[in-house]
Design a protein around this ligand. Structure first.
Ligand code: EPZ
Length: 442
């Protein structure tokens, strides 16, 4: 097995166990990343609850410490942040380049200090991921923006930002959140048209309002921000992670199991629920839980990924795994990112029959997968490969699982609690041990 910089960077999975039982969902990673950045916009202490303990948020919190922010982890899921001692607005922290959300520091620092210098974002290689709309928003507010030495440098002329009417050319979560942050202490009123409506956009707006900002309309495509003098401290609990919940819904469906997924907001899952019901699953909604059951081979369907409330692009690989085992011909069209079918090569090695033409995958359902040695290409594709391993005949080994741990807390632990035979391993000997041990019980 390939050496890795991360220890135990592989999953061994023996498929064939229908998942049964209950699982609790953690805080939303993509809300947490925006909220961690926004937390430094006040000089008072912010307490954030339901913080997911995943690689991306931990890298972001380490970056905060590197620029002088006081970060005190009260417990695994509660963090106190105080940004009053931020020494500079120029972030040199090396590993911040590895995550996409580094760009939120531009909006937060520009909004508070009227200037910012941050490394250009990294993140999953699922597409080009430009930040032209972020720059458009900052410039509209009166900042000069330039890219130099791999950093993006934004600076408000005469140290003030002014409210503006901004029409985003594309629906973009990142730019919507960044402009909301940059404008919440600008002078006057800002309107963001064609805004993203994702639950995590609403969560960042609600967080900022709990700090004294004046943001209305988040969750619709027009957000109105009235600039305030300053922001104060708060205690805020992050919403449940829509995509972690959707991933466990798909795990229950693809293994023909019966799982109660707790700590969710069912409304955020409606497009996923609708598709699972359409292909033959049973989904029951409760106040803060959904129960997913499936006791047969799923049917074919068509999926097109769209901004919220459409089917989420972050659920596209997971849906691809289910549909490649469904009867008939299904199609998936990925309309958000240009390179989000990298999981197809990996599940093809397990027996899938998929043809990708441009941004559409034509999926001819097969009756089974067989276990193989595969590699996680990125965060959500990696999670999809785990689902494939859960149903494949025999043992599947997945490399580079650190990419999956960017966005899933205790993924293997939670799956084992539902009966899955999955183990983090660090070498071939461990795989052999796992294979022998699980052969006896399967
Ligand atoms: C956020 O990425 C999420 N990441 C992604 O989740 C998610 O897939 C995406 O939103 C869409 O929901 C975080 O929140 C950290 P976008 P983001 O700006 O903000 C184009 C995961 O798995 N665009 O909404 O980068 C862009 O190319 C990750 O958790 C521009 O053209 O996504 C894309 O086609 C993966 N110009 C589309 O908009 C810009 O300035 C949507 O991108 C910005 C974006």
């Amino acid at each position: 097995m390939r050496r890795s910089d991360f220890e135990k960077d592989h999953y061994a999975i023996r498929g064939g166990v229908p998942l049964k039982g209950e699982v609790a969902i953690g805080g939303a990673k993509n809300a947490a990343l925006g909220i961690i950045a926004a937390a430094i916009m006040t000089d008072e202490t912010v307490t954030i609850e339901n913080m997911p303990d995943v690689r991306d948020t931990n890298v972001m919190l380490d970056a905060m410490k590197a620029i002088g922010v006081i970060v005190d982890r009260v417990d695994r899921h509660t963090v106190k942040i105080n940004g009053s001692l931020v020494q500079n607005v120029n972030i040199e922290f090396e590993s911040i380049k590895k995550i996409r959300a580094s760009y939120y520091l531009i909006g937060a620092l520009l909004g508070k200090y009227k200037e910012a210098e941050v490394p250009l974002p990294g993140g999953c290689n699922i597409g080009s991921r430009p930040i032209d709309q972020h720059q458009k928003g900052f410039r509209a507010l009166g900042a000069s923006v330039r890219i130099e030495r791999g950093n993006i440098i934004a600076k408000a002329k005469d140290d003030r930002l002014y409210g503006a009417h901004i029409y985003l050319d594309v629906v973009t979560v990142g730019a919507t959140i960044n402009v909301m942050m940059a404008s919440c202490m600008a002078e006057g009123k800002t309107i963001i048209e064609n805004a993203a409506k994702e639950p995590h956009v609403v969560d960042v707006a609600n967080f900022l309002n709990s700090c004294g900002a004046n943001i209305k309309g988040a969750g619709t495509d027009v957000i109105r921000i009235r600039g305030v003098e300053k922001l104060h401290g708060t205690t805020y609990s992050i919403i449940p992670d829509q995509i972690e919940a959707g991933t466990f819904m798909c795990a229950a469906a693809v293994t023909q199991g019966d799982v109660l997924i707790k700590n969710v907001i069912p409304k955020h899952l409606e497009s996923i629920t609708a598709k699972l019901i359409e292909i033959g699953c049973t989904v029951e909604e409760f106040d803060d839980a959904v129960r997913v059951r499936n006791n047969g081979r799923t049917h074919r369907t068509q999926i097109k990924t769209l901004p919220y409330p459409g089917f989420p692009t972050d659920m596209q690989p997971q849906a691809g795994v289910i549909l490649s085992l469904s009867e008939g011909i299904s199609t998936i069209t990925e309309s958000i990112f240009e390179n989000r079918f990298k999981y197809v090569d990996e599940i093809t090695r397990m027996g899938a029959n998929i043809k990708v033409e441009g941004n559409t995958a034509i999926i001819d359902g097969v009756s089974k997968y067989t276990g193989a040695h595969i590699t996680a290409p990125d965060l959500r594709a990696g999670a999809a490969l785990v689902l494939a391993g859960l149903v494949a005949e025999g043992v599947t080994v997945i490399d580079d699982i650190h990419l999956i741990e960017r966005g899933y807390e205790d993924f293997d632990v939670k799956l084992r609690s539902l009966g899955a035979m999955i183990q983090k391993v660090d070498d071939s000997k461990a795989v052999q041990r796992f294979t022998l041990e699980t052969a006896a019980v399967s």
